[in-house]
Design a protein around this ligand. Structure first.
Ligand code: C2E
Ligand code: CA
Ligand code: CA
Length: 292
């Protein structure tokens, strides 16, 4: 084998233990090779997939606990791959985040979401809002505020109808730049949602400095674990915290009625989860939630 090929493999093996401080040695094996080949295939298929419009948006309803109605939805990407069928974003987003392709994909998805909002507005369904996801990697590849201000102009969108989700961990790095960006986005009229709240280690500290509009409580708090009663106390506290800071709270990943009842009791604002519905194609969402 050539030295170049051996180096590539060594680097791939090292990548597999990146961030794991308990390991000093990594071996290149069949699994790593297969994983690498899978990733390479996703990367190689990307351009064609954009061209063939294989990336689609799905929408998951967010239900208000005050009105009991679906008032907004989260836009989640799906890849309807020509050969491999439906691929979930959990598989390809991390791959595209590694090499920066995620920025191109996100821009594409945001535009699709804006087209939907534009159409709804024309059809008199302008009450519904949508949330889109922003990858922390997007910052390195574009001026996010400029991107969104172009989009709202192009599609004549009320920015209050387009919410921007940023994962909690994105707020940790480069706090100052982040703060500046969020201020620009908020002054344009967008709502900022802190996604996966409580899954990282920065939460309270960042809340102090960064004026987000919405908190999305991470689904980890609603799984069935031994620590159920502790989780509930934390959720209750987060909801109260949100109220006193004037931040709306969405609970994500809610699957059971029992949890819906609990969230109503503690005064949570919105719920998103399989209990109400899984993400669905845009036309299904429309037929379900616009004829309510
Ligand atoms: P996320 O932003 O935290 O989105 C929520 C994920 O939880 C979605 O998975 C959704 O289908 C799933 N989910 C919703 N309700 C429930 C529930 O009751 N139980 C369980 N177990 N899961 C639930 P999905 O669609 O597979 O997306 C996974 C992740 O991929 C997203 O997590 C987000 O980080 C990323 N992602 C999806 N679409 C995009 C996108 O357009 N751009 C970027 N940058 N990331 C995206
Ligand atoms: Ca999200
Ligand atoms: Ca989330």
């Amino acid at each position: 084998m050539s030295v170049g090929a051996m180096c590539d493999r060594a680097i791939t093996a090292i990548e597999s233990i990146k961030g794991d401080y308990n390991k000093n040695v990594a071996y290149y094996n069949k699994e790593i090779h297969e994983e690498y080949m899978r990733e390479q295939k996703l990367i190689a298929d990307f351009d064609e997939a954009i061209e063939a419009e294989e990336f689609e948006i799905y929408i998951q309803p967010q239900t208000s606990l005050t009105t009991g109605r679906c008032e907004s939805g989260e836009v989640l990407v799906r890849w309807c791959h020509g050969e491999d069928g439906m691929i979930s974003p959990g598989v390809f987003i991390p791959v595209f985040e590694k090499n920066g392709m995620v920025a191109r994909l996100d821009r594409y998805i945001w535009e699709k979401a804006c087209q939907v909002l534009n159409r709804w507005e024309k059809e008199g369904k302008g009450e519904m809002s949508l949330s889109v996801n922003i990858s922390p990697r997007d910052f390195y590849y574009m001026d996010i505020a400029k991107e969104f201000s172009k989009l709202i102009q192009k599609y004549q969108i009320n920015p209050a109808k387009l919410n921007l989700e940023l994962t909690e961990s994105a707020f940790v790095r480069e706090q100052e730049q982040m703060l500046e960006l969020l201020e620009r986005l908020q002054s344009l009229g967008f709502s900022i949602e802190m996604d996966d709240f409580g899954s990282g280690y920065s939460s309270l500290n960042t809340l102090k400095d960064i004026p987000v509009d919405v908190l999305k409580i991470d689904m980890g708090f609603f799984s069935d674990t031994d620590a159920k009663s502790r989780s509930r106390k934390i959720v209750e506290m987060v909801v109260q915290l949100g109220k006193s800071l004037g931040i709306a709270v969405i609970a994500e990943g809610v699957e059971k009625e029992e949890i819906v009842t609990f969230l109503k009791e503690v005064g949570c604002d919105m719920i998103q989860g399989y209990f109400f519905a899984a993400p669905m194609p845009v036309d299904t969402f429309e037929s379900r939630y616009f004829s309510e």
